[in-house]
Write a protein of this length. Structure first.
Length: 118
């Protein structure tokens, strides 16, 4: 199983980034996918999730209206479009996978760094 996150980098406040997470080794199309983030010295925080069909989406309140999660089951990839970036969005962003009927995310990617500058 592998979750390979990419697309992070340095961006100015107000800018945009698009993260991608390429999955392999499991039946991607049946899993709920999510993004989490962890800033230095802080706990890991839920960002957004998308169900297997891509029709049930959840966002943390601070990301609503700015971030959009999507997936392409044919490409085994989940995306996170991040607009209007804020300094507080600086963190390592991780993608995660949760199997059907499960309560927890069992597969995690290695993370991609997002740094927002003023």
């Amino acid at each position: 199983v592998q979750l390979q996150a990419s697309g992070g980098g340095l961006e100015q406040a107000g800018g945009s980034l698009r993260l991608s997470c390429a999955a392999s080794g499991f039946t991607f199309s049946t899993y709920t996918m999510a993004w989490f983030r962890q800033a230095p010295g802080k706990d890991r925080q839920f960002v957004a999730s998308i169900n297997w069909r891509g029709v049930t989406l959840y966002y943390a309140d601070s990301m609503k209206g700015r971030f959009t999660i999507s997936r392409d089951n044919a490409k085994y990839t989940v995306y996170l479009q991040m607009n209007d970036l804020k300094l507080e969005d600086t963190a390592v962003y991780y993608c995660a996978a949760k199997p059907p009927q499960a309560g927890d995310y069992i597969y995690w990617g290695q993370g991609t760094q997002v740094t927002v500058s003023s």
